[in-house]
Design a protein around this ligand. Structure first.
Ligand code: DP6
Length: 348
């Protein structure tokens, strides 16, 4: 029996960072993110559940990509108890990202959430489960996505998501993310994220290795309690539009803390580039001169995510094009904003 499913799923950008994990991709601290609109993966999965022998074919935009297979095979092993049929199935996956391959944008959140959505839908077809995958099975999808890549747990929800158990948030869980769109003011729903590509070369230390290094860091426990505190503050700050200065300070502190952690372990490393710092300095100067509420965050790499409310889109883009674009690799930036979350693609 041949079954198929196709989904488009977005990337996300953390405001409070997940950095440090244990067990099967369980976070050491809570995180909170914006779901993006333009940076996403479209994935189609075709499964023969009665194949003569199990197999996996991974393609990117129609071209074979065998180098992705080991990571996906180990993900399938991890989720075997949820989808026992996987061990006998012939699976073909074809995906494509909107963001340029090698632009330095992590694709694991969008790809792994898309994969979790496809698997959950196919599992529903096998078991005649009539419940729509979203929103009814969102916690389950988020759990599966988490096992592929921690940050993918948050990509399942529109606008904003919170992942990781923390005393200040009822129903928060380490197992899956929860939606956080109803709890934020409309100003945050309107946020843009212009992603400045400072370097598109592959990271020298992967996020997975970075999480690992947290286990040997003397500051680790302090960092985890800071993250709990920051999630408690940020969830309050984002309820209204009154404290955007506090939002800015917290976001930038989180971004710089992430990189400070990388720089302060027993095997220190640096992922930011001189132009990352140059962008930050210019952005600070622009904010001081104009009082426009624009700030930055960073993921585990040199690229700068410039965050600002929609009302300032024209001013900030004029500034980016005149002052920051020249600091980007090949002048590349991606205009993104908060987004509506995953979308099912009807088969043709
Ligand atoms: C800095 O989710 O990529 O982007 O769970 O090992 O796949 P794995 O790591 P990953 O780590 C993301 C780290 C981060 C912060 C964040 O997204 O919260």
């Amino acid at each position: 029996m041949i079954l198929q499913s196709a989904w488009r799923s977005p990337s996300n950008i953390a405001l409070v960072k997940y950095w440090g994990k244990h067990g099967i991709q369980l976070p050491r601290n809570p995180s909170l993110s914006f779901t993006l609109q333009e940076s996403h993966t479209t994935m189609k999965m075709v499964v023969d559940i009665h194949a003569t022998s199990p197999s996996l074919v991974v393609m990117y935009d129609g071209q074979p990509r065998p180098q992705f297979e080991p990571k996906i095979k180990s993900f399938f092993t991890r989720i075997h108890s949820y989808f026992p049929w996987l061990s006998k199935a012939a699976v073909t996956i074809d995906s494509v990202n909107t963001f340029p391959y090698g632009a330095g944008i992590a694709s694991s959140a969008s790809a792994m959430s898309a994969m979790a959505l496809c698997l959950t839908e196919i599992d529903g077809l096998i078991h005649d489960n009539q419940n729509p995958v979203l929103p009814l099975r969102a916690s389950f999808v988020s759990t599966i996505a988490r096992m592929g890549s921690g940050s993918a747990a948050r990509s399942v929800f529109p606008l904003a998501a919170l992942w990781g158990a923390t005393p200040s948030v009822e129903n928060s869980s380490d197992e899956y993310a929860i939606p956080w769109n109803d709890q934020i003011d409309s100003i945050y729903k309107s946020f843009h994220d212009t992603i400045l590509i400072i370097s598109s070369t592959e990271k020298s230390v992967s996020s997975t290795a970075g999480h690992e290094l947290m286990n040997d860091l003397v500051y680790a426990d302090v960092r985890y309690s800071e993250a709990h505190k920051n999630v408690a503050c940020l969830t309050e700050i984002m309820r209204t539009s009154d404290h955007i200065d506090a939002f800015i300070a917290l976001c930038e502190s989180e971004a710089l803390q992430l990189h400070a952690l990388m720089m302060s372990g027993p095997q220190p490393y640096i992922l930011i580039e001189p132009n990352t710092i140059a962008v930050i300095r210019k952005l600070w100067q622009f904010r001081n001169e104009t009082s426009i509420p624009v700030c930055f965050t960073l993921d585990a790499g040199p690229n700068v995510h410039v965050l600002y409310p929609h009302d300032y889109h024209v001013d900030v883009m004029t500034f980016i094009k005149s002052e920051l674009q020249q600091l980007c690799s090949n002048g590349l930036f991606i205009e993104d904003c908060t987004g509506a979350g995953p979308q099912k693609i009807e088969s043709t």
